[in-house]
Design a protein around this ligand. Structure first.
Ligand SMILES: [Fe+2]
Length: 122
């Protein structure tokens, strides 16, 4: 469930299954984005997760993240027991949030990818 980014062209990929061989884009090995968990500065990226019954809402972040053409949240993932169980792809102009229906609300976390600031988890 790693996310990789090409530092040359900005291509960003999310794995369904990662078997290990290196991933190449623009003739260079793609970088695995580290997962950040603590906000720094004014912009807030750490996803905020709330659960009501079997409905899970994820917002990015504690202050709504911009959704402009040059800077926006591209992906929100819902993770359970360290496995991505749902994801939502976003576009500029949309709200930086997602809602998911789950059978079991144990051990949930949320992650998101900002096109400028990388990969974040709560
Ligand atoms: Fe950002």
């Amino acid at each position: 469930m790693n996310v990789f980014k090409c530092e040359v062209c900005g291509n960003t990929i999310s794995f369904v299954d990662n078997k290990g061989p290196k991933i190449v884009c623009c003739d260079k090995e793609m970088e695995e984005l580290p997962i950040k968990t603590e906000d720094e500065g004014q912009e807030k990226h750490v996803p905020v997760l709330s659960v009501e019954g079997n409905k899970v809402n994820v917002k990015v972040g504690s202050v709504e993240h911009p959704m402009e053409d040059e800077h926006y949240i591209q992906l929100i993932q819902l993770v359970q027991n360290d496995k991505v169980i749902f994801e939502k792809r976003l576009s500029p102009g949309e709200k930086p949030e997602a809602e998911f229906l789950v059978e079991n609300t144990e051990n949930l976390k949320a992650r998101e990818v900002c096109n400028v600031h990388g990969y974040w988890s709560n």
